[in-house]
Design a protein around this ligand. Structure first.
Ligand SMILES: [Zn+2]
Length: 299
């Protein structure tokens, strides 16, 4: 028996370098150094052929972060080869590096500049629901909707500013302006995102939903794309997409309301305590908007 390297792990994350640039990192790890061939059959796909055995989960790795859509893995035992097909959401350039050690690791750093080019200069209105005396729904332990959506809005704001977007919040932390005033801030903007959590008397109901202005096929498509990414990225179940009449009051720009989780469910309330949830959620929503409008509108 030849001593072929055993591939043990594959993962992806968004990484910031020291210069403040963002990358999508994709890593393939093995028990010992391995040889690989890198190809790019078309602008939206890289291929990595590795000589070795797969000792890992070989189902598709869904990433959907706006740059990397997914990685499919094909094992060819007769050729001692594993083929990784890296499907992109935007034609991003990759930098490849290899480190020997335990594990040995092949790293692809994909530039996130297509996402940055898209968001740079865009005006995005974030509407954290409720506020002040209006707490919104309350979780079974102690979280209030007004506070968790504020936290989510801060994470959206952080990511958007990094991408060069202008962010407008519809309220300060302790305020609760009327809906007409909030919706009015959408005028002249490129995107309006209202943030809420769902609430139900039935504690068993859980999951995320995306609401869109009624009568707009375009917004329905956007809502579906955004929910799909929320579900795949955060692993919160999807409750569906629904038309919401209030969103019709936001004039002249795409508008969505995100019910991030169902706060009245124990599991979903717990998820809201995890800072990574808010980060992943924002990433998923911004990727969904980019992938729906990136091609059509550009910048
Ligand atoms: Zn609400």
């Amino acid at each position: 028996m030849s001593k072929l390297p055993r591939l043990t792990n594959i993962y992806s994350k968004v990484k910031e370098d020291n210069g403040g640039r963002d990358y999508t990192l994709l890593a393939i790890e093995a028990t010992s150094p391995f040889t690989y061939q890198l190809g790019r059959p078309d602008p939206m796909r890289y291929q990595v052929k590795v000589t070795g055995l797969a000792n890992m989960y070989t189902g598709p790795l869904a990433v959907q972060d706006g740059i990397l859509r997914e990685v499919t893995i094909t094992v060819k035992p007769e050729e001692s080869q594993v083929l990784f097909e890296v499907w992109l959401e935007a034609p991003a350039e990759a930098t490849v590096s290899f480190t020997e050690g335990l594990p040995s690791r092949l790293t692809l750093l994909l530039s996130r500049s297509p996402l940055k080019d898209f968001y740079c200069g865009k005006r995005v209105v974030l509407d954290p629901g409720h506020g002040g005396a209006d707490g919104g729904h309350r979780g079974p332990v102690n979280l209030w909707e007004k506070d968790v959506v504020w936290k989510t809005a801060q994470e959206f704001s952080r990511q958007l500013r990094r991408l060069g977007a202008e962010v407008i919040l519809t309220r300060a932390e302790g305020e609760n302006p009327p809906w007409e005033e909030r919706a009015g801030k959408g005028e002249g903007a490129d995107l309006f995102i209202s943030l809420h959590t769902h609430g139900e008397g039935d504690r068993k109901v859980r999951g995320a939903a995306v609401l869109y202005p009624p009568g707009s096929r375009e917004m329905e498509i956007l809502a579906r794309a955004v929910l799909e990414r929320i579900v795949s990225k955060t692993k919160v179940p999807g409750r569906g997409i629904f038309p919401a009449a209030e969103l019709g009051k936001v004039k002249g720009c795409p508008a969505l309301a995100i019910e991030t989780v169902t706060i009245t469910n124990w599991v979903d309330e717990g998820i809201l305590r995890n800072p990574y949830f808010h980060r992943k959620l924002a990433l998923a929503v911004l990727a969904g908007f980019f992938c729906t409008y990136g091609e059509k509108r550009g910048k």
